[in-house]
Write a new protein. Structure first.
Length: 307
């Protein structure tokens, strides 16, 4: 029998791109944790004698147009970006997933609850009709520019995704015998939803979490790039790209390139992790993976582990 960790390890062997995703995510997370130890300079203090210095031994990524060390700021930035993206995504999953579970449970039959479920889904349609970035800017503009507001914006624009995911799963689980048995045994609808429905509907939500964390980082950076996100001089990839963008045309490419590259690599890593979780969470894809593993072990002359 393959354990979950064993499946992840073997998945990394058969699908090397997934291994790359885990390596990227772990590396960026560790970098954010140890940034105060390895950063050679303060991420917020400028040196008036070091404007736009090229990458060198003294400044690995060079300096920006106010004299701040880009390497120090680039490795501090994941502390802000990851925190905002993770909190916003978890909040959206909690709110959207909870509402989706209730809506899915009451989407069949008759009565006021069915009509309320229908109204919630139409409201979700309206929210998803707006461009995500424009909607996020509108929320930040109305609530005020702060880290907390960016977290709420990410949660708000992503909540309909989890609402739909959870609802679709609950609709298929709703008629299962163990759900009916729990109600026959005297559990209320809410107890049934919490104890039996939500735990069995979490697989696609978990797969979506990693992808949305990556998109949350991208949205945070995009908001900061246009001046609606994290305020300077707080180290954040989007604001760093914005600060250095004006110098690209005059040949100073490094203030924007290095934070831009780290942003792209991080989003790519979370996307790969989400794809691997989707494979592990889907029974059909997991069986295909196990079959591929057994076939490879057979060709290699190794003992085949039971499914």
């Amino acid at each position: 029998m393959y354990s979950k960790l064993g499946l992840i390890a073997r998945l990394a062997v058969i699908r090397p791109r997934f291994a790359i995703g885990y390596i990227i995510v772990i590396a960026i997370t560790l970098l954010a944790i140890i940034a105060p130890v390895i950063a050679p300079y303060s991420p917020t203090e400028a040196d008036s004698t070091s404007f736009l210095q090229v990458p060198s031994a003294a400044h690995l990524f060079g300096t920006d147009n106010v004299g701040m060390d880009i390497f120090s700021r680039a490795i501090y930035a994941p502390r802000i970006d990851l925190t905002i993206a993770v909190l916003g995504t978890l909040l959206s999953a909690l709110v959207g997933g909870s509402i989706g579970a209730v809506v899915g449970f009451y989407s069949t039959g008759r009565g006021i609850r069915v009509w309320l479920s229908f109204a919630v889904m139409r409201a979700a349609d309206v929210l998803q009709a707006f461009p995500v970035f424009v909607f996020a800017i509108a929320l930040v503009a109305s609530l005020g520019q702060s880290i907390q507001t960016v977290v709420l914006a990410i949660a708000f624009v992503n909540a309909p995704i989890y609402l739909r995911l959870m609802r679709s799963q609950v609709l298929s689980i709703r008629s299962m015998r163990y759900v009916e048995a729990s109600q026959v045994n005297g559990l209320s609808d809410m107890q049934t939803i919490i104890r039996h429905v939500i735990p069995n509907a979490m697989a696609p939500v978990l797969a979506q979490l990693s992808v949305n964390i990556g998109w949350g980082i991208l949205l945070t950076s995009a908001l900061s790039f246009v001046g609606a996100g994290v305020r300077a001089p707080t180290p954040e990839w989007g604001s760093m790209i914005a600060m250095g963008f004006q110098n690209v045309v005059t040949g100073q490419w490094w203030p924007s390139m290095f934070p831009g590259a780290m942003l792209a690599i991080t989003v790519f890593g979370f996307s790969l992790v989400g794809s691997s979780i989707e494979v592990l969470a889907d029974p059909a894809k997991r069986r295909e993976l196990l079959s591929d593993l057994r076939e490879r072990r057979t060709r290699s002359g190794l003992p085949v582990e039971p499914a």
